[in-house]
Ligand binder design. Structure first.
Ligand SMILES: [Zn+2]
Length: 96
């Protein structure tokens, strides 16, 4: 047990650095993104399993969001905002 604990932590850190969720190992590149208030180089990344990460554009790296960062933000409202969903669809169309 003493051996596995730090290894697990290391694996989780490595997963996050590479852009994967530590809980469900989905790629975070396809996860929902929400602007981070007051930090234009950061954004919240919402995994479908419910975990929330913070993406730092400057160092191209992810970390777990802290409770104090997310407690005041209504992510449910952000996610169900029809305008932003529309914008996203449009973007995807433009890609093709
Ligand atoms: Zn996940």
């Amino acid at each position: 047990m003493r051996f596995w604990r730090p290894l697990r932590k290391r694996v989780q850190k490595e997963l996050m650095k590479r852009g994967f969720c530590v809980g469900c190992t989905r790629s975070l590149s396809t996860a929902e993104r929400v602007p981070y208030p007051g930090e234009e180089n950061w954004e919240f990344v919402l995994c479908r399993c419910g975990r929330i990460f913070v993406y730092d554009k400057l160092i191209n790296s992810y970390r777990r969001a802290e409770f104090k960062e997310v407690k005041d933000i209504n992510f449910a409202g952000q996610l169900s905002d029809p305008a932003s969903a529309k914008r996203k669809k449009k973007k995807e169309k433009e890609k093709k």
